[in-house]
Design a protein around this ligand. Structure first.
Ligand code: GTP
Ligand code: MG
Ligand code: ZN
Length: 357
């Protein structure tokens, strides 16, 4: 017998064990076809849960020599990847047969970051996504505008739509509510959709229109409420949430693995549940190091800087000290926000630092 798991519909009785409802449940079952295709729905770093095309889920490993060409990443396989899985009998008699990921299908897109600004290793947050919902908090914890802007610039570079969800508005004092309004106005003026909520008291219907039919990556600092949002969407606790540390007013990295959850229409009939999209919960991240931007290119990933840069005297202007720079002039006149310009300079600074290290 081989260890195999299955996924039951969220809103019906499971055919395998008649328990209901649950997501992934391990059972003993014969191995199916030797070569299968599936979607990576969870990554622990050492193993992966893959939802096979027949709807069952199996735990897989990757072959020691299997690495994706071209990208130096700490995780060659990411949540959202479509992969080829092979089941193999183990050569060692006493051990179980295993499932191995032998191939990753070409990605439609992905979001990648360096763990620290100068780190050489990169990390793929997720692959094949329709949008990123960046969860940010004005306070408890404070999300910095540098973090927001670096994340947004990466979404621009990889052409993934990004929306900003401001959470924990119930905790904000009057002055902080003012800050919230200013931030929303700033990002809306650049062209980003923004949304505000209190995940602890959220009704799914308030946010479902933003997510319906799409695969959404949830990201943000630790403790901003990503997992709380997920639980609110499902109306029950499907993932653990953690307290904010009293002394630092920061999250404690409660979610440690990335996992993809399917939103399904709740129906009471006998028809199969219809998928309403996918949502990916990820571990909170601190810094956001951008990857592979050329110096002259960084401005392309700040839409308002890019628009104005058409008026700079030099085509390869980096908007730092060149004469006739329209961007610097726009910052001086308040047409480009100082916080955005500082974030832009901080990315350029990373490259200068790396160069002279
Ligand atoms: N007051 C208030 N608390 C919230 C809200 N959303 C989340 N919290 C609390 O914030 C804490 C952290 O929430 P999590 O959902 O664990 O945060 P996370 O973003 O998943 O954090 P990591 O998994 O560490 O990345 C928990 O104590 C939540 O109850 C909110 O809208 N209002
Ligand atoms: Mg979490
Ligand atoms: Zn310029």
């Amino acid at each position: 017998m081989d260890r195999k798991s299955h996924t039951a519909p969220l809103n019906g009785k499971c055919d395998h064990c008649l328990r209901s409802p649950h997501r992934v449940h391990y059972t003993l079952a014969p191995v199916g076809a030797p070569i299968m295709r599936g979607l990576v729905i969870k990554s622990t770093g050492s193993s992966y849960i893959v939802r096979l095309d027949d709807g069952t889920s199996v735990e897989c490993h990757i072959k020691g020599n299997f690495r994706i060409r071209g990208i130096r990443s700490t995780n060659p396989v990411a949540v959202g990847d479509y992969v080829v899985v092979e089941s193999q009998k183990s050569k060692v008699e006493s051990s179980e047969a295993g499932f191995w990921i032998t191939e990753v299908e070409e990605r439609r897109n992905y979001i990648i970051r360096r763990s620290t600004n100068l780190s050489k290793e990169s990390h793929i947050l997720a692959a094949n996504i329709d949008q990123v919902a960046l969860i940010v908090t004005v306070n408890h914890p404070v999300t910095s505008t540098t973090f927001i802007d670096r994340f947004l610039a990466t979404c621009e570079a990889y052409r993934v739509r990004a929306i900003l969800i401001f959470n924990k508005i119930d905790l904000l004092k009057e002055e902080e509510l003012g800050q919230l309004a200013e931030l929303r106005a700033l990002y809306e003026s650049i062209g980003y959709e923004t949304f505000e909520m209190s995940a602890i008291s959220l009704q799914p219907s308030e946010i479902l229109p933003l997510l319906a039919g799409k695969t959404t990556l949830l990201s943000g600092n630790s403790g901003v409420g990503k997992s709380t949002l997920l639980n609110a969407l499902f109306g029950r606790e499907i993932t653990r949430t953690g307290k904010i540390s009293d002394s630092h007013d920061k999250g404690m990295h409660t979610t440690t693995f990335s996992e993809m959850y399917e939103l399904v229409e709740s129906q009471n009939g006998t028809e199969p549940a219809e998928s309403k999209g996918w949502i990916i919960d990820t571990p909170g991240i601190k810094g956001f190091g951008t990857i592979d931007f050329e110096r002259e290119e960084v401005g392309h990933f700040f839409p308002e800087i890019f628009r104005i840069s058409a008026d700079c005297r030099f085509g390869n202007c980096t908007h730092t000290n060149e004469p006739g720079c329209a961007v610097i002039e726009a910052v001086e006149h308040g047409e480009i926000a100082m916080s955005r310009y500082e974030s832009y300079l901080s990315i350029l600074g990373d490259y200068t630092e790396a160069k002279y290290r």
